[in-house]
Each structure stands twice: as C-alpha cells, then as structure tokens.
Design a protein around this ligand. Structure first.
Ligand SMILES: [Fe+2]
Length: 357
C-alpha cells in the first residue's frame, strides 16, 4: 500500500518508541512507520523506562495496554510522575473493547488510542497528527522563549539608552555652570539615598535619582553670563535665574514615559511655607519627590563653592537645614537629611579617632 508523505514536523526524523510484548505487532508498527521516524522497540514497560532513562530524545511512545509484568497503565502513571518524561506523548494500543480502560488511560495522560487489530493507515495518521502537533507546540514554545528574551534585551537596551541620555543631559547642565560642577549628580545620589532611607521601593528610588539628575535642566535656557556671574545678581537677573524651574518643566514635558521628571524640575524650589517658586505651593501640595530634592539641592548648594562665596562648613549647613525645617523644608525630609549628616559626621569622627590612635 502506498502512503502519501504528509510530514510537517521538523527536518530531523524523530524517534518513536514502541512498547509491546507481541513480536508481530512490534514488527508491523516498525515496518509501517520507518519512513516517518526512527522506530525503536522494547518488549516491556520495565525496558521502556530504562530506555527513556538513558536520555534518548523520544517524540512519541506507542504503548501496549496489556503486557506481562508492568501493564501499560502502570507504565503510563510511572512515566507521568517523572518530570523529565511527563511531556512525551503516549499513543495507547488496546485490544479491549472496554471503554472504561480507555478512559483510565486518557485520565492517566495518554493522548490517543489505536485499537487492535491495527489498521495501518489509521495508525500512521494518528502518529503523524501527534508528531505534527508536538512539533508545532515545541516550535511555538521556542518562539515564545525567543521573543521573550528579545523583548527583555530590548527593554534593557531602552533603559540603558534612557539612563545614558539623562546622564548626558545632566552633564550638559553641569558643564554650563562652572561653580556647581557635579551638582546634578550629587543631588541625584543624595536624593536617591534619602528615598532609600525613607523605605521607598527600588522603582521610586530610581525615579527620584533621575529627577535629581535633571532638576536643574532649565538652566540650559539661562544665559551663561548670569549663571556664572561673580557677585550679587540684580533683581532682573535673579528673576531670569528663577525661570529655570519653568523652563526645565517645559523641556521635560515631551518625555511622557516619565512625567515625574517634569515635576522635579518645576517644583524643586517650592518652599514648605508656600513662599517658594514658581507656583507658591505649600506643605503636601508640593509633590513629595520635589520636597526631598529641595532639601538635598539646598544642602549641596551650601556645601559647594559658589561664584560669590566659599562652601559652608558641615556644621553650618547642618544648622541651616535645622533652622529652615518646617519653613523652607518639609520637616520630615529635613529630619532624615539631618540624621544622615549626623551619621556621616560620626563616622568621620570615628575614622579620625582611629587614625589618631
Ligand atoms: Fe534649581
């Protein structure tokens, strides 16, 4: 009899295992499936398990129901309890007309049945269906895994690009302002530190870090002579400097994926008592991250050298933050900043003592 070759599954010929104690059936199956697959045969469930445990990649098992020793059903249950073997599809061969046996086998995990005496054409078609189905299933699984990996990689690359773009922008701000070199980076790091100490989750800490990096981006729009002017600013110049918060928010507005960046830029000069700028917001109306950045921004501004004065000592900065807690700064965040500075001071003192001893 001629069979039409209707294989779909991969180019590699799969391996099929036949488990049957009847030599005639084993021969019949092998002869009639040889063109579709490599067919190996064993004569018992016990031999079948040893064969599978040897690690041969098996695409399908044809399993006799009634055998000496381990029955087909026992073999099936045993096999399905083993993680490495549980996914191999099993086609059951049965001479019984008892439907309850079929049901038991299906419940135990068999995918289909062939009745004895074996109708060769039906057997071939069922085998082909299962091989194709399994092949497609595996291909789909592989494709899903491939696409997931690709998506993860792209996400990682996009995040890296986002971070690098922000770093580049932050450097552009700091390059313009000679006296506050590294200010954006330091504000970002301290703000993230405070956010961490406040118990924020990693996503919030990362967000506040980026907000810190870009809080002064509006300075890009301020004339460099005003930014770097030694000595006091005129009222007009001061008004121009103050506009960096609004300019910054406008610059960051198009970054819709991170709307918080714009908030940090706009509100980091608001004061807790409502006398800040640009919107004169007060208390909890000021976005939380902006209140955190405000403390850190002031801390860094006070400790670094400016065009018109030298940086203040840690002692003076500490006192300034304490004095302005509740007026300029949110008392909660000022408190955390003070605690942080106190710890830092203590650890410096300890290390000085260690050197002296
Ligand atoms: Fe600022």
């Amino acid at each position: 009899m001629e069979f039409k070759q209707a294989t779909l599954y991969g180019e590699k010929k799969p391996h099929i295992l036949v488990i049957d104690d009847d030599e005639v059936i084993r021969g019949l199956i092998k002869n009639n499936l040889n063109d579709l697959a490599h067919v190996d045969t064993v004569i018992s469930g016990e031999d079948g398990l040893s064969y599978l445990k040897s690690g041969r990649e098996t695409a399908l098992i044809l399993l006799d129901y009634l055998m000496h020793g381990m029955t087909g059903l026992e073999f099936l249950k045993h096999m399905k309890s083993m993680t490495a073997l549980e996914d191999i599809p099993v086609l059951m061969l049965t001479g019984e007309e008892d439907g309850s046996l079929e049901l038991q086998a299906l419940e135990a995990g068999a995918v289909d049945f062939i009745h004895k005496p074996v109708a060769v054409a039906v057997m071939r078609q069922r085998v082909l269906n299962i091989l194709n189905y399994t092949y497609l299933q595996h291909s789909l699984q592989d494709e899903v895994e491939r696409q997931t990996k690709l998506a993860d990689k792209r996400k990682e690359e996009a995040e890296q690009l986002f971070e690098e773009m922000i770093m580049a922008l932050a450097q552009a701000i700091d390059a313009k302002d000679h006296y506050t070199h590294g200010h954006s980076q330091r504000v970002a790091e301290y703000s993230a530190q405070l956010s961490y100490l406040l118990g924020d989750d990693p996503k919030q800490v990362r967000q506040i870090y980026y907000m810190g990096l870009l809080h002064d981006i509006g300075k890009i729009g301020i004339p460099v002579e005003i930014i770097n002017k030694p000595g006091n600013l005129t009222d007009e110049e001061y008004a121009i400097i103050k506009s960096h918060s609004v300019i910054g928010a406008e610059v960051l507005k198009p970054i819709r994926i991170s709307p918080e960046l714009m908030i940090g830029a706009r509100h980091h000069h608001e004061r807790f008592d409502g006398h800040g700028y640009p919107d004169k917001l007060s208390g909890n109306d000021i976005p939380r991250a902006a209140r955190i950045i405000a403390v850190v921004d002031a801390y860094d501004a006070m400790t670094s050298n400016r065009s018109y004065r030298k940086g203040l000592t840690t002692e003076k900065v500490y006192n300034e933050i304490a004095r302005n807690s509740g007026s300029q700064f949110d008392p909660e965040f000022a408190g955390i900043m003070l605690e942080y500075l106190r710890k830092e001071k203590d650890s410096i003192k300890e290390s000085v003592q260690e050197v002296n001893n």
